[in-house]
Design a protein around this ligand. Sequence first.
Ligand SMILES: [Ca+2]
Ligand SMILES: [Ca+2]
Length: 188
Amino acid sequence: MIKIARFFVFGLVFLSLVVLGSVCLWAQEGTQKISFQNFERDNGTEDEHFSEVWNCEPNFETEIVHSGERALRVVTFEDGGTLRINAADKEGYVDLSKAKKISIWVYDTQNSNTVEMRLKDVDGDGGSGNDGNTLWSKKGARKNKWTKIEWSLNSYPDVEDLDLSRISSIEIYEFHEGIYYFDDLEVE
Ligand SMILES: [Ca+2]
Ligand SMILES: [Ca+2]
């Protein structure tokens, strides 16, 4: 009798572990993260990791880093500045058609600013300037602290000819003159 009870208990424990394991796997699949750009060497970036779009000076940073060996340091001038961050992918683009959000770690030395984000595809579609084809972060960064800034792609505007399955770069606009650091641009 005791043997049967023991067998039963072991069976139950085993079953629970199997169920728990499946739930964990399922949860992981639901929140799959892809690194769009982490500014590290040999990370699959075809050409340049980043470039200036307007009114700023971006450079690699090795002291104030969120993860790995390198981050991005950006000096913006009067009225702020825009930089382009390229996909760390051998094909030169990342498929965002099923993605739910985009996030980046920001170290803002200017203030607790919100950040504007624009998607660009391999054809260069996605717009420019003040055309409104962008999305502002709801929350601002915390001054002088690494802060995760997020954008929900559900709220991203419908942009003519923008191919979400082939996004080659993401543009970031900081609207004040200052010094900002960025690392770990990720897609979930
Ligand atoms: Ca990094
Ligand atoms: Ca296109």
